[in-house]
Design a protein around this ligand. Structure first.
Ligand code: FDA
Length: 300
C-alpha cells in the first residue's frame, strides 16, 4: 500500500464517525432494509443480481445473535415480497459462533429453514482464521440438510487448497476471494503475486471438479486469468458467476455484464457499518486522495 494511504488508514480510528460514514457511503446500501431494497432494485435494473448482508460481526450475547437471525429472516421475507433477484450472505460470528458452536449452528439452521421454504440460496461468508475450522464444520453439518448453501474460501490461506479439494468432493459450491483479514505468515501467503497464483490454482481445481464458483475479485489479473480458464475449460455462462463488492470498480462490473457473464454484487446494509467500511478503506488505493480532496477542496 502507498505510504500516504497507509498513514490515512492508520488514522481512521481518530476520525469522527460522521466523516467515516460519509466515505463509507459508496460501500454500503444504507442503514435500513428500505435502503437495501432500493439498491438491489437499481442493480437488478443494470443486469446484475445481488447478495444481501446484514452488517454485523463478533456478537457476544445470545440476545444479539438471535436479533441478527431475525434480521436475516426479515431479509429473506423481503427478497420474496419485493421480488428481488438476490440471495443472502451471513457471518457466523453475528449468529453466535464466539458464544457457543451448537447455539450458532441451531441459530443458523432457523435461517436456512426459512430460506429453503422460499428456495433462496444462502452463502456463509468467511471471517478471520480463528473462525475457519468452525465455520467449515457448521457449514458441513447444515449443508447435508440444506443443499442451497455455499461457503467462502480465501486464496491467501495455505489450507484453502485442501479445503477446496475436500468440500468440492462433497458437491459444495464456493465463493473464492483473496481474503481480507491480516493473517500470519505461518498460515497465509503474504505477497500479492503469491495470493494471485494461489487464487488461480484453487479456482482451476474447483472448476475442474465441477463446482459452481462465485469468482469474487476486482483484480484485473484475476478476472483475465479466470476468463482464460473458463474458455479453456469450455464452461457455459451458467456454470459460474463473477462477484463484486458494492462500490468497487463498477465499470469492470458493467463490462462483465456486457460480455454476458452473470455478475452478483455484495450489498451490505445495517447500523453496524463501521468495521466493514474500514476494511474497504484499507483496500482502496485512492483513499488518501479522496480524504485530501474532502478536507482541502470540500466544495469541488
Ligand atoms: P485488490 O484488493 O487487489 O483489488 C483490485 C483492484 O480493485 C484495486 O487495484 C482497486 O482498483 C480496486 N479496489 C479494490 N478494493 C477497493 C476499494 N475498497 N475501493 C476502491 N477500489 C478498490 N473476504 C473475506 O475474507 N471473506 C469473505 O467472506 C469475503 N467476501 C467477499 C465477497 C465478495 C463478493 C467480494 C468481491 C469480496 C469478498 N471478500 C471477502 C473480500 C476479498 O477477500 C478481498 O479482500 C477484496 O475482494 C479485494 O481483493 P481483490 O481480489 O478485489 O483485489
Amino acid at each position: 500500500m502507498h505510504l500516504l494511504n497507509r498513514i490515512i488508514v492508520a488514522t481512521i480510528p481518530l476520525v469522527p464517525r460522521r466523516i467515516v460514514r460519509y466515505f463509507a457511503g459508496r460501500y454500503i446500501a444504507g442503514e435500513t432494509i428500505d435502503h437495501a431494497i432500493a439498491k438491489v432494485r437499481q442493480l437488478n435494473g443494470e443486469g446484475t443480481c445481488a447478495t444481501l448482508d446484514v452488517l454485523g460481526e463478533d456478537v457476544f450475547t445470545r440476545e444479539e445473535a438471535t436479533a441478527f437471525r431475525e434480521q436475516a429472516n426479515q431479509v429473506l421475507h423481503t427478497i420474496v415480497r419485493e421480488k428481488l433477484d438476490s440471495n443472502l450472505s451471513i457471518k457466523l460470528t453475528s449468529l453466535g459462533l464466539k458464544i457457543d458452536k451448537d447455539f450458532c449452528r441451531e441459530n443458523t439452521r432457523e435461517i436456512l429453514k426459512v430460506a429453503a421454504g422460499y428456495g433462496i440460496f444462502v452463502r456463509f461468508d468467511m471471517e478471520d482464521s480463528t473462525c475457519t475450522s468452525d465455520t467449515i464444520e457448521i457449514f458441513r453439518a447444515l449443508h447435508r440438510d440444506f443443499s442451497k448453501t455455499g461457503i467462502v474460501l480465501q486464496a491467501y490461506l495455505y489450507r484453502t487448497e485442501e479445503d477446496a479439494r475436500q468440500l468440492g468432493a462433497e458437491g459444495v459450491g464456493f465463493r473464492l476471494c483473496k481474503g481480507i483479514y491480516k493473517e500470519r505468515k505461518e498460515i497465509a501467503f503474504q505477497g500479492r503475486e503469491e495470493v494471485q497464483r494461489n487464487f488461480l490454482k484453487v479456482l482451476g481445481l474447483m472448476l475442474r471438479a465441477g463446482a459452481y464458483v462465485g469468482i469474487a475479485t476486482h483484480d484485473s489479473v484475476l478476472v483475465d486469468g479466470a476468463q482464460a480458464m473458463l474458455r479453456d475449460l469450455g464452461l457455459r455462462k451458467d456454470q459460474y458467476e463473477f462477484q463484486m463488492l458494492l462500490g468497487v470498480r463498477p465499470e469492470l462490473r458493467r463490462t462483465l455484464v456486457r460480455e454476458g457473464h452473470k455478475v452478483r454484487v455484495y450489498v451490505p446494509f445495517g447500523e453496524h457499518w463501521y468495521g466493514y467500511s474500514t476494511r474497504r478503506f484499507k483496500e482502496n488505493p485512492e483513499i488518501a486522495g479522496y480524504v485530501f480532496k474532502a478536507i482541502f477542496m470540500p466544495n469541488r
